[in-house]
Design a protein around this ligand. Structure first.
Ligand code: FAD
Length: 415
């Protein structure tokens, strides 16, 4: 395991209250001037897309990852992720989804790859409908197509779902799922094809800080990598790299995902017959039918216990499996007693308010921290990467919801 110092030079600077203004990295910069170098640490959904977008804006980019894009420890690992625009009242994510959707489609065409499966997302609404009701005008505003279905209509359309307690539903036509690990690999391939440089090494923060800037980082092969700017998109590891500024503001929780085998030749539980479903009744359970022949995916969005993404063993618990089975038997009676064909243990990297963290480091003008995907970041990767590239090279501030200042005492929490 890579040893990361408890308190880096940057952290000490932040603790000492170093005040920094606009980034000198950006002053007078234009794509025509001497080519600047940006290092992106982390090749997951956030870092990979950031590296690609930075490259397209004319800078030299080195992407570094300890274990590779979408690796089995990363939050972006595994086969599939849901893409949906329903976000309750949090319109910023509905709009981000709409932009990400454009970019996913554009890159599928560019790379001749299937990454986005537009099979729709069905939101099953029981008694508490505030979340879904708040989402409806925002879906409309963002131009995401959807239908509202009554409980009876939902049951008629999807007889394989037991619609008991379902009062109504939203069917998001543009929603569906993305192939996660494959997409991370595709982003790296695209990045390399367009001239990016990739190093598979672990990173430590070096003590090369001068005049409020980070000059270089240490790599696990003993080398130092210098650059004009650095983006740290280290998922659940972000708090370890920045113990003071991030620390527990990104907390990794253990999440279990189960894949159940469907009856032989039965099409009812495949993506041809069923959309992604999100059951917002007691808690929030969701799943993906079929998903590339890997079985019927079921996952509980409830935050699990704390988890170490480096050393944690990834075996599901009997209790988690039992709960998933019981749920399945109730909501999808045709899958009662279905065998488990695969399981995964992953981790969410949660911020306290589940908003992303995208901001400049308070003690170093040329350092950006990007993370806090909080169990919903993957779909937004292309749009987050675009935003971060713009912020790093344009010098603007991040949207207030994503800024570190929201954690300061007295700051209004994000909506
Ligand atoms: C079970 C599960 C289900 C989810 N479902 C959905 C969903 O349906 N829809 C959705 O949109 N989102 C979903 N998410 C959330 C989403 O997957 C994450 O928010 C997103 O993938 C986070 O990406 P990231 O790039 O921030 O982190 P990561 O993917 O973890 O990437 C960070 C990278 O940094 C590297 N790294 C870390 N430290 C160092 C270092 N010191 N040196 C070098 N490299 C380093 C790691 O190797 C890693 O590759 C889910 C997450 C989980 C776990």
């Amino acid at each position: 395991m890579t040893r990361i110092p408890r308190r880096s030079f940057l952290e000490s600077c932040a603790a000492a209250g170093t005040a920094l203004g606009a980034s000198p990295f950006l002053k007078g910069w234009s794509p025509m001037s001497k080519q600047r170098h940006v290092v992106v640490v982390g090749a997951g959904a956030f870092g990979g897309w950031t590296a690609l977008h930075l490259l397209r804006r004319g800078v030299r980019v080195t992407l570094v990852d300890a274990w590779g894009p979408g690796n089995s420890r990363a939050s972006s690992g595994g086969e599939t992720r849901v893409i949906r625009g329903t976000y309750g009242p949090r319109g910023i994510y509905t709009h981000l989804t709409a932009r990400a959707l454009q970019l996913w489609k554009e890159h599928e065409r560019r790379w001749h790859l299937k990454l986005y499966h537009p099979i729709g997302v069905l939101w099953l609404v029981e008694s508490d409908e505030a979340y879904e009701k708040a989402a409806l005008p925002l879906l409309k505003e963002a131009g995401l197509a959807f239908e509202e279905l009554s409980g009876a209509e939902t049951a008629r359309r999807y007889p394989q779902i037991n619609c008991e307690r379902v009062r109504w539903s939203i069917f998001e036509k543009d929603g569906g799922y993305l192939t996660a690990r494959r997409a991370c690999a595709a982003v790296l391939e695209g990045f390399l094809a367009e001239g990016g440089e990739y190093r598979q090494l672990a990173v430590e923060l070096g003590a090369r800080l001068a005049e409020g800037e980070l000059r270089g980082i240490k790599l696990s092969d003993g080398a130092t990598l210098a650059a004009d700017a650095f983006v740290f998109a280290c998922g659940p590891w972000l708090g370890r790299l920045f113990p003071d500024v991030i620390g527990d503001r990104v907390r990794a929780t253990r999440q279990e995902v189960f894949f159940f085998g469907t009856p032989p030749g039965d099409q009812r539980f495949t993506e041809q017959a069923l959309p992604v479903w999100a059951d917002h009744g007691r808690g929030f359970i969701y799943g993906i039918p079929g998903n590339e022949w890997r079985g019927f995916k079921v996952a509980d969005d409830t935050r699990g216990p704390p988890f170490d993404p480096t050393t944690g063993e990834r075996l599901p618990t009997p209790e988690g499996l039992k709960a998933a089975r019981e749920y399945l038997a109730f909501r999808f009676p045709g899958l009662k007693g279905a065998p488990l064909v695969e399981a995964r243990v992953c981790q969410y990297e949660n911020s306290p308010d589940e908003h992303f963290i995208i901001d400049r480091h308070p003690a170093a003008t040329n350092v950006w921290v990007v993370g806090g995907g909080s169990g919903h970041g993957f779909k937004h990767g292309p749009a987050v990467g675009e935003l971060v590239a713009k912020l790093v090279l344009g010098g603007e501030a991040a949207p207030p919801e994503f800024r570190l200042s929201r954690f300061e005492p007295g700051a209004r929490p994000g909506g």
